[in-house]
Design a protein around this ligand. Structure first.
Ligand code: 5GP
Ligand code: ZN
Length: 114
């Protein structure tokens, strides 16, 4: 979709640090790291928010989350926990209107900024 920042990231028009990619999803580091390794998982097909998902897209995206979580665990072995978050619509703090799932690694010692 034109003028969508995450579509441009998927198309490599805007650079990003890739964590995982396949034919259905793209996962990359959030530009504003809530904790070290904070990652966004986005469907390659532009959908605005969770209300736009059909069952196939939900299966495509959510079935991949455990695999991406394990990739993060490998990349950041000090990680001891993981929050999975998804904001939908402005009132619920969505700020980019291409649906995305936040994976926020948690650490007991360093690199947890909260
Ligand atoms: P939301 O607030 O919509 O749930 O999350 C949007 C997220 O996208 C924010 O955490 C923000 O830091 C991230 N973000 C916005 N623009 C960019 C960008 O150009 N590159 C990357 N990697 N992340 C972005
Ligand atoms: Zn988009």
């Amino acid at each position: 979709m034109e003028n969508c920042i995450f579509c441009k990231i998927i198309d490599q028009e805007i650079p990003s640090y890739k964590i995982y990619e396949d034919e259905k999803v793209y996962a990359f580091l959030d530009i504003s790291q809530a904790t070290k390794g904070h990652t966004l998982v986005v469907p390659k097909r532009h959908v605005t928010d969770i209300f736009d998902y059909d069952e196939d897209l939900a299966a495509d995206v959510f079935a991949r989350i455990p695999k991406i979580a394990r990739a993060l665990e490998q990349a950041f072995p000090e990680m001891e926990g993981l929050n999975i978050l998804n904001n939908n619509k402005e009132l619920a703090y969505q700020s980019v209107f291409h649906s995305h799932i936040h994976l926020v690694p948690r650490y007991s010692k360093k690199d947890d900024f909260s």
